[in-house]
Design a protein around this ligand. Structure first.
Ligand SMILES: O=C(O)c1cc(=O)[nH]c(=O)n1[C@@H]1O[C@H](COP(=O)(O)O)[C@@H](O)[C@H]1O
Length: 231
């Protein structure tokens, strides 16, 4: 299905029923959906089948991070379930990312493979605390170049870093940006945030939106406000 929008709605729910209740209000021509660790751990592959059956393109966000052989097998397993996109941690290194790319290519799997750079929930101080002396912007840029050299299709980063990555890695390299917060939403546990319109202007190719829609009093009104902001 040709999806006519950069929006990816994060279905961060504790059950298959709750996730499908939201999905049934969404139009698969107007947005994609993301399945993350909580929902997948509870529901397993059944949630992918249910969403694919409804016509959605699915981003399976399990942020794989492991030795190359184990990680390549996990990426292959995700791709063989027909997901549109899957992610790994760029900090797993070049050989890990290359192993995943090679595995997808050797099995002719066309799933988009992207790398998480620095989580959008991390501030500069918290990043330094993990032993990284670079600023979040510098570290994201560094990992984005590494991901590109390793053959990945793009990265997960904050929209605050999209413009720099567009400069260094080009327009076609995907910049999938969570930490999207419309003016009406609360910041929650995110640190490096941007509004939907500003994120698109900065060069994000996809916007991941969870709680501003899923926890809104009227989720469809919140989504409509975001779509209006983007049009
Ligand atoms: O890979 C991700 O999707 C991801 C990476 C990141 O750096 N930050 C981040 O928030 N995410 C995910 O994006 C979603 C953001 O959700 P909200 O903060 O509720 O909009 C969550 O499902 C996170 O797991």
């Amino acid at each position: 299905m040709a999806v006519n929008s950069p929006l990816i709605i994060a279905l961060d729910y504790p059950s298959l029923d709750a996730a499908l209740c939201m999905a049934d209000q969404l139009d698969p021509a107007q947005c994609r959906v993301k399945v993350g660790k909580e929902l997948f751990t509870r529901s397993g592959p059944a949630v992918l089948e249910a969403l694919h059956g409804r016509g959605f393109e699915v981003f399976l966000d399990l942020k794989f991070h492991d030795i190359p052989n184990t990680l390549a097998g996990a990426v292959q397993a995700a791709a063989e379930q027909g997901v549109w996109m899957v992610n790994v941690h760029a900090s797993g290194g070049r050989r890990m990312m290359e192993a995943a790319v090679e595995r997808l290519q050797s099995h002719r799997l066309s799933t988009h493979l992207i790398a998480v750079t620095v989580l959008t929930s991390l501030s500069a101080e918290e990043l330094h605390e993990t032993g990284v002396s670079a600023s979040p912007g510098e570290q994201v840029e560094h990992l984005a170049r590494l991901a590109r050299q390793s053959g990945l299709h793009g990265v997960v980063c904050s929209a605050q870093e999209s413009a720099a990555i567009r400069q260094s890695c080009g327009d076609d390299f995907l910049k999938v940006t969570p930490g999207i917060r419309p003016a009406f939403a609360t910041v929650d546990d995110q640190q490096r945030i941007m509004t939907p319109a500003a994120a698109m202007q900065a060069g994000s190719t996809h916007l991941v939106v969870g709680r501003p829609v899923t926890q809104a009093e009227d989720p469809m009104a919140a989504l409509a406000a975001i779509v209006a902001e983007l049009s």
